[in-house]
Design a binder for this molecule. Structure first.
Ligand SMILES: Nc1ncnc2c1ncn2[C@@H]1O[C@H](COP(=O)(O)OP(=O)(O)OP(=O)(O)O)[C@@H](O)[C@H]1O
Ligand SMILES: [Mg+2]
Length: 393
């Protein structure tokens, strides 16, 4: 890829108005478009409430029209979550170099004073959380074909992040609200690389709703073991959500139906998987394919990370290029196991971190996931589990 100079014509002008310190920070950063705060303020009509399209753990998101006429999603990161300009831009540069049909495109950012703002391609059809799984009525009809396209698209995007990019990126937060849909309902994964912009002592994950725990791989939730396999676990849960049309956790349902993964495992054992498929499809789906997708969801969420296939294998399994029949599916890592540890700490020993780490050596190079996928700290994930659990009671 050609690296355009960081400062192109318009940006050169503003470079003269920047402090020498900032210009020094910016040296060596390429291929990132830098927006002025003024431009983004104009684009969003002074960050007006009318233009606000959502709020997540990282800050608020606004819809805006850039000077070029492009419509953008402008994410204002909460100030505490910001880091030094150089570090921030280095991360941004890695994200903005990434281009794939199933990944949201980062246009650039703004780093004036304490402001840290990200500017993304705007996606017309919102997220899967709001449309497919949302409580309100969505005007979008998710036919079986559309769901297949979404599942395979997300799998391809994640396979790209995990296996084609160098250095590879572990997303850390694969979930329905991070899957956005364009006008043709092509899925785009958002927020990849973002966790790196948050200081390790701030647990972004812990600030989120209880349902999120349903996406967390046990080894990540308990001891902070973060590898690509944790993303694959989350993808498995998402896959089951897309086929069933329901959130992974729903406390309004009878006890034995509250956690989708537990229910899927039970119905798999009873050979009744087909009963899980979203009833809003009115039976208009390929039953063999739907059951295969649910089985792949179980495979992705296997308790032992090394039993979970790589994302490129998952793409092949979903598209039918690879046969699932010869692959043994065992019990997935279930939320109730994690709950058990919290509720009855003496009933099962909490895994010893050193012991657990060494027992994962079969990951091969995965447990050494570098750069964007560091296993930064254990306390963060422990905190994640505790706080998420506390809110779910
Ligand atoms: N590029 C985009 N195009 C259109 N809408 C977007 C875009 N990015 C985010 N949004 C919307 O903004 C809302 C907030 O997104 P944000 O990523 O901040 O939070 P989240 O995904 O719900 O949670 P988290 O912070 O944990 O990722 C989401 O509902 C999403 O639909
Ligand atoms: Mg998000």
């Amino acid at each position: 890829m050609t690296c355009l100079p960081f400062l192109c014509c318009r940006k050169l002008e503003s470079a003269t108005s920047r402090s020498p310190e900032l210009n020094n920070e910016l040296s060596g950063i390429h291929n990132v478009t830098l927006y002025s705060y003024k431009e983004l303020r104009t684009a969003t009509n002074d960050f007006s409430q009318i233009n606000k399209i959502g709020e997540g753990g990282f800050g608020s998101v606004y819809k805006g029209k850039l000077r070029t006429g492009q419509i953008a999603a402008i994410k204002v990161l909460s100030t505490e979550s910001s880091q030094g300009v150089k570090e921030f831009l280095t991360e941004i540069q890695l994200i903005s170099d990434v281009e794939h049909e199933n990944l949201v495109k980062l246009y650039g950012c703004c780093v004036e004073d304490n402001q840290r703002i990200l500017v993304y391609n705007y996606l017309e059809n919102n997220s899967l959380a709001q449309t497919l799984l949302g409580k309100g009525h969505s005007r979008i009809q998710f036919s079986w074909r559309t769901r297949v396209k979404i599942c395979i698209g997300v799998a391809k995007g994640l396979a790209y992040l995990h296996e084609e990019l160098q250095p590879h990126i572990v997303h850390r937060d694969i979930k329905a609200s991070n899957i956005l849909l364009d006008k043709d309902l092509t899925p785009k994964i958002s927020d990849f690389g973002l966790a790196r912009l948050i200081p390790p002592e701030m647990s972004h994950v812990s600030t989120r709703v209880a349902g999120t725990i349903g996406y967390l791989a046990p080894e990540y939730a308990i001891v902070g073991k973060l590898t690509r396999k944790a993303d694959i676990y989350s993808f498995g849960v998402l896959l089951i959500e897309i086929v069933t049309g329901r959130c992974n956790t729903n406390m309004q349902l009878p006890v034995d139906e509250q956690y989708i993964l537990e229910r899927t495992w039970r119905l798999y054992q009873r050979r009744e998987l087909v009963t899980l498929v979203d009833t809003s499809l009115n039976g208009d789906f390929d039953a063999e394919q739907a059951c295969r997708f649910l089985k792949i969801g179980l495979l992705c969420t296997q308790d032992s990370p090394n039993l979970r296939p790589s994302m490129s294998t998952i793409v092949q399994l979903l598209s039918g290029e690879k046969n699932l029949d010869n692959i043994k599916i065992t019990r997935p890592g279930l939320i109730s196991d994690i709950m058990d540890m919290k509720v009855r700490p003496n009933s099962k020993p909490m895994p010893d971190i050193n012991h657990t780490s060494s027992s994962y050596t079969s990951f091969g190079s995965e447990h050494l996931d570098s750069t964007l996928s560091t296993t930064r700290n254990f306390s963060q994930a422990t905190m994640t589990f505790n706080s998420v659990y506390d809110r779910s009671t």
